[in-house]
Design a protein around this ligand. Structure first.
Ligand SMILES: [Zn+2]
Length: 211
């Protein structure tokens, strides 16, 4: 795929503005007033996973956080700030972790190749690999193995979100943003729902029975 030249960014931006104003002359006046998104979505930084484009979301509809391999790390002040703001101030209704197949971050965790800091960042994925080693090593195709780990990872990150004190306090206060896990199938373009296995969370007291 040919990369955009830098000058083209300004031309594209002008076209985008014209398209918006053609449909609604007050578009930017309205947009600048504030946001009330119903969704927080946490995805991978991968350039092939344009979260808002693939669900045809418009500006103002999705609050976004992205990092390599869509990690929810409880020491990540960046993610926690996004989560706290989404839950406590924006009152989002849905929190969606979206992973994707053919994820380089997941592959780096499996292969352990030297990619500098990425290796440190995806260390929790490497731990997940070892936790599910039996299932994963039975898969001989390396792509299929990584794709299965991506699914395991997205469920794990949904659990991590639910376990945060921010979410626990929100549940206690009677607010229940729904947490979902999705995979973006990069081979077909589809988004696929993945079961977050909430029974385990209910059993361990992280989710109320009626969630
Ligand atoms: Zn990725």
């Amino acid at each position: 795929m040919e990369s955009l030249s830098f000058d083209i960014l300004f031309e594209n931006n002008k076209e985008w503005i014209d398209e918006k104003l053609e449909n609604d002359a007050n578009y930017f006046k309205k947009l600048s007033k504030g946001q009330a998104p119903k969704y927080l979505m946490i995805g991978c930084s991968d350039s092939r996973v344009p979260i808002t484009s693939l669900i045809k979301a418009e500006p103002g509809e999705v609050f976004i956080h992205r990092n390599i391999a869509n990690q929810v790390n409880l020491n990540d002040i960046n993610l926690l700030s996004v989560l706290e703001y989404s839950v406590n101030y924006l009152h989002v209704k849905h929190i969606v972790i979206i992973g994707h197949y053919n994820c380089g971050g997941i592959a780096a965790a499996v292969d352990g190749v030297d990619q500098g800091l990425i290796e440190n960042w995806v260390a929790p994925v490497n731990e997940l690999y070892h936790k599910h080693k039996e299932e994963l090593e039975a898969i001989t195709d390396n792509h299929a193995k990584c794709d299965r780990l991506s699914e395991i990872n997205v469920v794990e990150q949904a659990h991590n979100i639910i376990k945060t004190p921010i979410m626990q306090r929100s549940f206690q206060a009677g607010h229940f943003p729904r947490v979902h896990a999705l995979m973006f199938n990069i081979y077909t373009g589809e988004i696929l729902p993945i079961d977050i296995q909430k029974n385990e969370l209910v059993k361990n007291g992280f989710l109320p029975e009626n969630y």
